[in-house]
Design a protein around this ligand. Structure first.
Ligand code: PHE
Length: 339
């Protein structure tokens, strides 16, 4: 009898019911009226009185150890059961899909990174501007067509509250508050009153660059832009500067890069010229420096400005500017980048 009790105690100690249902099975097996312990008790009744003392003690201990175990397990199961009812805590988690950066952000970040390596810092200015910062300080003549409602969004018909048409306004803001040396780029949104088509939009993004110091020359501008083009489009790219006109630069130029699709042989993207126009640039007009109280006899500078949409179109072969604003995930997902 003592041997049986010992074996049962060991079995009970080792049993490890996990759910409430298993615990109930455990209780029925040992404690219920027909359970194993109850059977031992009925066997006990028929025992010789001399042995009863020792066996009785062992049997009582077995029963109370079993009852203890049941109530302990029940308590802890009810606790965890409330919190995790119906949950499979071993199931793998749901993965949250990471989005990708918008292609315009990717290209803007690349541009900031490339000029950052050449010592350019980043500054920003307001999108709602006045005539001075967008036109007058930039040497636009009074009758310039950009000052017309046809080309510029004016707010509430007030000719002095308008949406900036280019990021050159930030040049003025920076030069007004800083004396040279100035070496910075200005990324931002710009607005033009244009019909929306595959090639143009009324809202787009530009990055402007400005370097003003003593002895800054056109050669410095060309070298900086060559480095930029090679970093963005690859070592093999060539650049070409064509004379152009902007009120705020003299001399002015437009820069082309050799076509990224055909490498200069001629294709539909470059309209069989082998070249793609990418930015406007030039030496800062002395009138602009003077408008910002910078001594134009002591300092010279260069400036350049490019459209981010256009640059991204050339870089990725995107044919329709509207794709950037529709935010169709099937389009956006195609641009994966570390920056
Ligand atoms: N602001 C000009 C534009 O919007 C670009 C430019 C910037 C040209 C700086 C020369 C120098 O087209």
């Amino acid at each position: 009898m003592l041997g049986k009790i010992k074996a049962l105690l060991k079995e009970i100690e080792e049993a490890a019911p996990v759910t409430l249902a298993e615990l109930e099975e455990f209780r029925i097996r040992y404690i219920s009226k027909k359970g194993l312990i109850s059977q031992l008790f009925s066997d006990f009744k028929d025992m010789e009185p001399g042995l009863k003392k020792e066996v009785g003690k062992a049997l009582n201990e077995l029963k109370s150890a079993t009852l203890d175990k049941i109530s302990r397990l029940k308590e802890s199961m009810e606790e965890t059961d409330d919190r995790s009812a119906g949950l499979d805590l071993t199931a793998p988690g749901d993965s949250t899909g990471l989005g990708s950066r918008h292609p315009l952000s990717v290209v803007r970040n690349k541009i900031i990174d490339i000029f950052g390596r050449q010592g350019f810092t980043v500054a920003e200015g307001p999108e709602i501007e006045d005539d001075w910062h967008v036109f007058s300080a930039l040497n636009f003549p009074a009758e310039h067509p950009a000052r017309d409602m046809q080309d510029t969004f004016f707010i509430e018909k007030n000719p002095d509250v308008l949406l900036r048409t280019h990021t050159s306004s930030v040049q003025i803001r920076v030069m007004e508050r800083t004396q040279p040396p100035i070496r910075a780029i200005f990324p931002g949104r710009v607005f033009r009153n244009e019909a929306i088509s595959a090639r143009s939009h009324c809202l787009f993004h530009q990055v402007e660059g400005l370097y003003v110091d003593e002895n800054v020359s056109f050669a410095d501008l060309k070298q900086t832009l060559l480095y930029f083009a090679r970093e963005l489009f690859g070592e093999e790219v060539s650049i070409r500067l064509r004379p152009s006109y902007f009120p705020f630069t003299e001399p002015s130029a437009e820069m082309d890069v050799s076509c990224s699709i055909c490498g200069g042989k001629g294709c539909a993207l470059c309209k069989y010229t082998g070249w793609l126009e990418i930015l406007g640039c030039g030496m800062v007009d002395p009138n602009v420096l003077e408008a910002c109280n910078i001594d134009s006899r002591k300092y010279t500078g260069y400036a350049f400005g490019m459209g981010i949409e256009r640059t991204a179109m050339l870089l990725y072969g995107v044919r329709d500017i509207r794709l950037y604003f529709e935010n169709d995930v099937r389009f956006l997902r195609q641009f994966q980048s570390a920056i």
